[in-house]
Ligand binder design. Structure first.
Ligand SMILES: C[S@@+](CC[C@H](N)C(=O)[O-])C[C@H]1O[C@@H](n2cnc3c(N)ncnc32)[C@H](O)[C@@H]1O
Length: 294
């Protein structure tokens, strides 16, 4: 029988999103704030638009907009209004994003253009609009073809604009778990699976001759629940880490993942803490008529 490792999103997008939500809930309020602030801080000050026009932003896989809103707030410090095109396949996520925009008055100058679509659907009919900032935050694991998506995103960046991509760092213990999962249970081309990390995106930038800067944000989360077989939340987090639906029914995958997590974790006050790290890559598209970014 073929291994179920890596098939979570194909099996069910709602189940993947449920596992993602449980994962996000592992952050406390302060951790969440520090995490969003990292994204705001990495939006270049020099994102510019033509005088008299809205700044145009394209978000791919924006989810419920938590990170998008940090990015938008940073842009609103220097721009009066933003046109924000949101590409997100989940109706539920878009619903949450709409609520967030409605309730947060500091986002009043953002005009959202909602596209309930996958990146693949969107890029078939994208049109000619170019964007001053195109971003994909933790979405490139689940698009069909990571390289095609990066190419399509880059094409939508206006001259003098930026592309921002965030992925799990290949150097983090979760990034290493992805590689281990594929090494032990996968078959064929890893890039055709969700086990993609920041190193894969850097390689694409390098091969495409795109210049970029990177920054890392490391943090620890409490994964104690993952070790409790009866904990539904713990099993969902493990599904999120292994991209494996019903991982508790896959003893080999579960025990290999738990062994890796335990060997890399630290124990503090009876809790098991696992290290993750985001790598954010920001690429600048040279405008032939302008000099380097400031
Ligand atoms: C891990 S979540 C990240 C959400 C958000 N960017 C964040 O960082 O909070 C991944 C998001 O990508 C969306 N997604 C999954 N497959 C996609 C695809 N093929 N094209 C576009 N978005 C997709 C999911 O619905 C989900 O909202």
């Amino acid at each position: 029988m073929a291994s179920k490792v890596g098939t979570l999103v194909r099996y069910s997008l709602p189940r993947y999103l449920a596992s993602f939500r449980v994962f996000v809930n592992l952050f406390d309020a302060e951790g969440r704030e520090r995490y969003s602030a990292f994204f705001g801080a990495n939006v270049p000050d020099s994102v510019l638009c033509e005088p008299g026009t809205d700044l145009r932003v394209l978000g791919i896989g924006s989810g419920s907009g938590d990170i998008d809103s940090a990015i938008l707030k940073k842009l609103l410090q220097r721009h009066n209004s933003v046109y924000n095109r949101v590409v997100e396949p989940s109706e539920e996520m878009i619903g949450r994003y709409k609520t967030l925009v409605r309730e947060d008055r500091s986002l009043g100058a953002v005009k959202c253009d909602w596209r309930q679509q996958t990146a693949e659907e969107y890029f078939q009919t994208k049109g000619d609009t170019k964007f001053h900032l195109v971003h994909g935050i933790h979405v490139l694991y689940t698009v069909e073809d990571m390289h095609a998506t990066l190419r399509n995103m880059w094409e939508q960046v206006a001259d003098g604009g930026y592309m921002m991509v965030a992925m799990e760092s290949d150097k983090s213990d979760l990034g290493k778990l992805y590689h281990k999962m594929w090494g032990e249970f996968g078959k064929g081309d890893r890039l055709k699976t969700p086990f993609r990390t920041s190193g894969d995106v850097r390689q694409w930038f390098d091969a495409s001759g795109v210049s970029y800067v990177t920054a890392e944000f490391g943090y620890n989360i409490d994964v104690t629940e993952c070790f409790k077989e009866e904990s539904e939340a713990g099993q969902l987090v493990l599904e999120f880490f292994t991209y494996t639906p019903f991982v508790s029914k896959e003893p080999e995958i579960r025990s290999t993942a738990l062994e890796h997590i335990r060997s890399k974790s630290s124990m503090v006050d009876g809790k098991i803490w696992f290290e993750l790290a985001d790598e954010i890559m920001v690429a600048f598209k040279m405008d032939p008529g302008r000099s380097d970014p400031v």
